[in-house]
Write a protein that binds this ligand. Sequence first.
Ligand code: PDD
Length: 281
Amino acid sequence: RTVYVNGDYLPEDEAKVSIFDRGFLMADGVYEVTSVLDGKLIDFPGHLARLERSLAELDMQKPAQFDDLLEIHRELVTRNGIEEGMIYLQVTRGSAGDRDFVFPDPETTPSTLVLFTQNKPGLADSPVARAGMKVISIDDIRWGRRDIKTVQLLYPSMGKMMARKAGADDAWMVEDGFVTEGTSNNAYIVKGGKIITRQLSNDILHGITRAAVLRFAREAQMEVEERSFTIDEARDADEAFITSASAFVMPVIEIDGAKVGAGVPGKVAPRLREIYLEESR
Ligand code: PDD
């Protein structure tokens, strides 16, 4: 696999970053995941805009190659022959050659830019999308700026492990009684034909797939309500689902061991998945 590091395309085993990189020592970095279908990038402008915002919110310098990011993505897709898969991009505050809580001077410490591809044949035609997924609920104990896509993914990873241990696929996180989001996706329920998902704030990531799916839903005359909901309300809903760049739209058929609706994918989530894949590829 060819990867990209700070201006160079290299075989993955020749790519290197410093052990003092603040991404490594302090999780001082942000990332984006963009899907590739039919060799084409999905929702790229949205991911780029969110990356720019994440960097600005953390006073992090744009990497020198920022304006070339589209070209770098395309080059990696071509070089690695990706038809279906993902591109991971990470920017960290770089390395000042030591460990220090104080941010280094951006003039002398450039940010680190890393990209790599993940080949995922069958990403669009997913068996999980046909069968639906099971989720458990866990406390949301993450920090208060979840709108910034940082690489601090320890708790989401722990959440996935808790889910796996419970025989489920993922976890929905709950704060003050209300669902915030999934460990790596936005959460939705459907009741009486209405699509309900948490309103945007610093409490959740502003999903790029969320924005597109809600736009397509409204264009298809589906009713959308952006508000918080509880796990009880979700268990009582007709349908539940998640969205993300890597999962697109996935039905959720079980929450904490209780069936949602009939316990099989309903009408709305599979329809939204179909529309999303049709419109964005
Ligand atoms: N995760 N919420 C969280 C906490 C996420 O990590 C993600 C994305 C989303 C969905 O955002 P988008 O639709 O822009 O992908 C919501 C990516 C896919 C990941 O970490 O792999």
